[in-house]
Design a protein around this ligand. Sequence first.
Ligand SMILES: Cc1ncc(COP(=O)(O)O)c(C=O)c1O
Length: 435
Amino acid sequence: MIPRISLFPLTTEISKDGHLVIGGCDTIALANEYGTPLYLFDEHTLRSMCREFKSEFGQRHEEVMVIFASKAFLNRAVANIFKEEGIGLDVVSAGEFSIAKSVDFPADMIYLHGNNKSVDELRMALKNHIARIVIDSFDELKLLAKLAEESGHIPDILLRITPGIDPHTHKHITTGTVGSKFGFPLFDADRAVSQALATASLNLIGLHCHIGSLITETQPYVETIEVMLDFADKMNKKYGFELEELDIGGGFPVRYTVNSPNIKISQFAEAIISRLISKCNALDMPLPSLTIEPGRAMVARSGVALYRVGMTKNISELKHYVSVDGGMADNIRPALYGAEYEAILANKASDEDTEPVTVAGKFCESADILIQEIKLPPVIAGDIIAVPVCGAYCVPMSSNYNASLKPIIVMVKEGKARIIRKREILQDLIRNDLL
Ligand SMILES: Cc1ncc(COP(=O)(O)O)c(C=O)c1O
């Protein structure tokens, strides 16, 4: 077990008056100035994660491309930081692409994913000469071949393969097992390679896979490398296919709670790259470049949600509800798949945690419980609850449920805070409605 505070961003401290301070900014002052719910991102932690991924993988292999899976959280300010850090982007929609484009993100560092890309999205990718289009199905292979021929641009493509590996994670975030809606199952992948190779308007560069998310062991990645390289070798012998690039997707874990396993990025880098090298040697195959697509692990820890406590309710000796001004509309993860979180009472961060409480959201669903049970100092209305590790898959999955307003997002750095997304206003809720 580790102290809760160590789940928060790297710059987190507790001030003399017991306030939680992140990026040099007092979180209580932030909550008072900007209102709650408030999502804050710590720029130092975000940049540190970019550098850690690049250096841990890059020092073990000369050709590594780190691309951020935008679905975890994309915003113009964040895209700009990735651009400055030399990290690429994986986008899955015209929307994510347009956010990237709005900050002049280099197109040759953008990958397009998705199991149902529209004609417009494929045309957009062709027109902008993005780095890779990751093909998910035979229908898409055919469609892209036709669109590419019309456009006169030959795109570099990867084929997404389902390697049939069970990453031992939650079933909603497992994607690499046979029967998944994503990619070509291995038994069909042979035909996909031969068709892609035979299509003059497409340039098959390599293979992609993504086996799941929150993978807390290195072994599933090692098995994936084995399967993917064996397959590439088979394709080489059969069709002369040369694997220039292997993209193994994302899935790297973060610690959400004090009991979460702690596996370092360096351990993943070591396990993955050493097996990549040894397997290539064993197969007498040239070493392909390696692409990784971390989403959650890149942004989760830099993000913190701040909520203000409203009503509190004692149901019995055992159940003490503390209700906050956000919940499932800004963070669906606990309701969707039982995700667990910790919290700190940000205005009493030095006080002892003595009272077991249930932190409830304000939305009209019984499932809207952010934290089932946690010990906090005595909580009263007006206190600020800070929930760590909220930087990934919270804001992007947020909704306007109960006609709530999506939260403000603030970036903190060296004692300064800047708004990177405004809070929605009531007018936003009716802007697109017609009578
Ligand atoms: C293709 C692909 N790459 C990368 C990711 C990022 O996964 P994670 O956030 O677990 O790193 C996902 C997540 O769904 C994905 O589908």
